[in-house]
Each structure stands twice: as structure tokens, then as C-alpha cells.
Write a protein that binds this ligand. Sequence first.
Ligand code: FES
Length: 569
Amino acid sequence: MNLRSAQWYSGTDRNAYIHRAWMRRGAPRDAFERPQIAIANTASDLTPCNSHLDEVAESVRNGIYEAGGTPLELPVVSLGETQVRPTAMLWRNMAAMATEEMLRANPVDGVVLLGGCDKTIPALLMAAASVDLPATVVPGGPMLTGTFRGTPLGCGTDVWRLSEEVRAGSLSQEDFTQSESAMIRSRGHCNTMGTASTMALVAEALGMVLPGLAGTPAPDSRLLESAHSTGRLAVEMVAADRRPSTLLTRASFANAIVCLAAVGGSTNAVVHLLAIAGRLGVELTLDDFDQIGSEVPVLVDLLPAGRFLMEDFHRAGGLRAVLAEVRDLLDPTALTVTGEPLVGYLDDAPIWDPEVIRIRREPLVTHGGIAVLRGNLAPSGAVIKPAAASPHLLQHRGRAVVFDSVEDFHARIDDPDLEIDAGSVLVLRGCGPKGYPGMPEVANMPIPKKLLQQGVRDMVRVCDGRMSGTAYGTVVLHVTPEAAADGPLARVRTGDVISLDVAARRIDVEVPDGELASRHPDDICVAGFAAPRRGWTRLYVDHVQQADTGADLDFLVGSSGSGIGRESH
Ligand code: FES
């Protein structure tokens, strides 16, 4: 086997001596002749969803040894969605860049990627795509279902719901605080079909996970069994030279889009998949999500679109059962990390609970996926998740109530004098990749208190930011170009009429184009755009691209391969 790591370890010169001697530390003499497999580990106490990954890494390590490889744990940048401020998305590209560089800089032949919380699997996949070493993912798995007073709690989704109940006066502050200790029942990531669950499943549909593994709950011992098998697999992948560039083809992205729609997954997957495709030079556009995904039925009845949680999903048969129902929509040529096609794993994949995973002819929603909207408000596109929206609002005209920043929104939304009714359209700008910066999950703006008290639970909302995968509502998000990139959103004024027509795929402001173009963006709006002077944030704002291509940095798009030495960069 021609190993990349031999460039460090083989030979008798002084450099080879140094590379071996410092790594020897009790290792057997032939340790340097075996495939060197990095375990890129995002375990961190500050990423609670990933804090159990050290145990998972131990199982991967055993599998690597068993198959004749040398395991090497590589701690990488970790992003805890609930802890990192102002938004974890600001560092997704940094985590990807740091991981890519460390993989390339070190004597490794392949890598097992351990992720879980929202941004960690996307960042690891972006890195693996750009360095193009044999790579496979072990998703850390969702937590078990917590309950409060006999009722299951869905992470994220029920936080939004309960906090709205407090604002509406239908739940006491004391009860709300008490539910806090019941929300997170066990190790693992959010148990709804949020971004973490979505990206784990999408990674398997892409072919980057041992089939059948994604969605296994974090405390389930089968996760460790699969982690062990993945360690063995990684050694085999090096021998077979099975790299991301050979697995992540347009066919596998098409399968990932079918998966995203069928599981009713998070809108964040759109940005992440576009970014991963960009690293590989795979032609994937925003419109592909609509064209490939919008006819796919939603088969999974999970929060936020439905009722159940990830533990139920796994019990009901998991991803393979879902994909088996939509097998005819999958591209049979797409391969997995095992070298076998994805569809080859769908022959014996029954649904054990048809309440949780619906059969094809009885879907939760007939047409799932992500609808891509265009119009004079979003010339380069915006997205909406119809399955999470209110059907009566999918076609709507209403008076815009515009907020120039998150701070402006919080200062005024509950003002009793705010001129707003249930038919108004809430507009929040300055929340795109450049503007905030980092494109935070603020698009699902809370409903004004006075309307909540009238029983209003959903309104049309329009934003250049993102929405948590655990959130719901009639939310038009990822509006591109964002306000801070001189998008038309910066020119909308309170009182303008905004029309949304999801069936026609339109989002427009009813202002003549000439007038819209001649308007100057509001001074307060412009003053709110980020203008960092130094550090990562400066680099990010100067180089981040728009949401319609994945919000990657312009100089990170593409791949540098795994070559070492100055010439490879
Ligand atoms: Fe980590 Fe939800 S906060 S997955």
C-alpha cells in the first residue's frame, strides 16, 4: 500500500528519524507502516451535544487497531450551538478551514469525523472535501426523549413554544423554569428534526456514513458498535483509496436532497450542502433543492413539522426505512463509504411504526422539501419550508413592518403602540452573512405580545438570516442578496405591501422597480451592518459569500487536495 504518511515516516534520514522518534512512545516498531487514521474529534465540554464523543472515539480507535491501522486522535474546533455567541455559523468556515489545514499538515492517510451539534458535521465534511483524504463520519446521535409533567419535550421546538406561552400568559414563569431541567434528558444532540439530526441523516444519504448508523441515539450501545465498525472501515477505505471526491458526486447530492425532503429536514441543510458541493466543484444550485425535493413527500412525523422525536424515529426503522419508501427517486449510481451503492442497503429496511415513519401513499405532507422563492425582494433567491408553515399564509399580501436589526426588533416588537395586525408581514434585515455577521437563526421572529394574546400563532416573516431547524412558522429566510450586500431588502419601508405566493415561487414588494432602485437604504439600517476591524470576524466579513452559494469564504471554495509542501497551496 502506498501510504501518504510514508512521506513522513519512511527512510533513514534525519527527518524520518524525528517524525518516528517523537511519535514512538511505546508504539510497536511497525506502527508507522500501517495506515495512519486521524479521529477528528469535536468533543468539548462547551459543546454539550458532543461531550460524549470521547467514548465514541474509543470505539473507533479499537476498530482501527483491529483492522491493522494506527489511530490518532485529533481534537478539532468545536461549536456548541447554544453557547457560542453571537452565532455558531460565524465559525463554521473557520472550523472547516482549521480541520482541513490540520489534516493536510499531519501524517495521516484517512480520517474518521466525529460530529453532532449543528455546525460540526457540515464543517467536518467541508474540510474532508477540500483535503480529499479517505473520510467517513460518525454522527454522535440524538438525545433520548425528555418529558415534563407527562408530556414529551422536543429540544428547541418546545423552548420556542413554551416561551411563547409565557409571553401569551398561558404558562407561568415558574412552570417554564421548572421545565428547564427536563429538556435535556441524556447525552446527544437535539432530538427534534433540527439541523443536527438533519445533517446526520443527510451525511448518510450523501454516502459518507456507514449505512444504518445515522440517527442512532447517543446513549444507545449500538452507536458504539457502529463506531467500532467505522474504525475498521476507515482502514479499508485507505486501502481502496476511497476518497470524498469519488463519493460526493452530483448523484449523491441529489439523494441528499431527496432525503432532506422526505425527513422534513432543516432549511440550514441547504446552506451546508451548497457549501460542501462548492468545495468539490459539484454543480449544485439553490434551484436544485426545489426541482429535486419539492415533489418528495414528507414521511417522517417529527417535531417541528410533526409530533414525534428522534428516539421514535430510530425505533420506527430510521433513515433506511424512509429511503426505502422513496427508493425510486434515488440515484442508484451514488456510492457510500463501503464502496456499495446507497440503494443497495434498502432491501431489508421495514417500517416498524407507521405512525412515526409514514408509508409512501399516506405521507405527512404530500409535497415536502424546500421551496425556492424569487422576486424583486430576493433576486438571487430565498427559501421557505412549506411543511413548517401555516397553509393559509402560503399565499398572502400584507403591510410590511420593518426592523433594522435584532436589537431594533427586541426594542419595539412588544410596544403596545406598534402599528401591526395579524395580516402584517414582519421584516427583519441586517442578519445575513455579512450584515450581522454570521447569518444568525433569527428569522423566526417572535409574534408581538398583543397579537399572541389575541390568539395569533403565526405570521408571514421575511429575513436575510437563517431559522433554527427546530423552529416553525411561515418564514421566508436566506433572502439574497442580503441587506448588507445592497439587496433590495435594505430598501423596503414600513407600510409597503409585500406579497408572498409560494405556489408561484414569488416574494415581492409591491413597489415599482424604478422607485425601489432609487430609494436609499435607511441610515439606521446601514449603521447596523457589521464593520469589524480585525481577527476572524474581519476576514469573514471581507470574504463571505451569499447564502445562495453556501455562505463559504471565497478563498475556501474548491479543494487543495492532500499534497504537502509549499507548491500544493
Ligand atoms: Fe446542539 Fe441543538 S444545540 S444540536
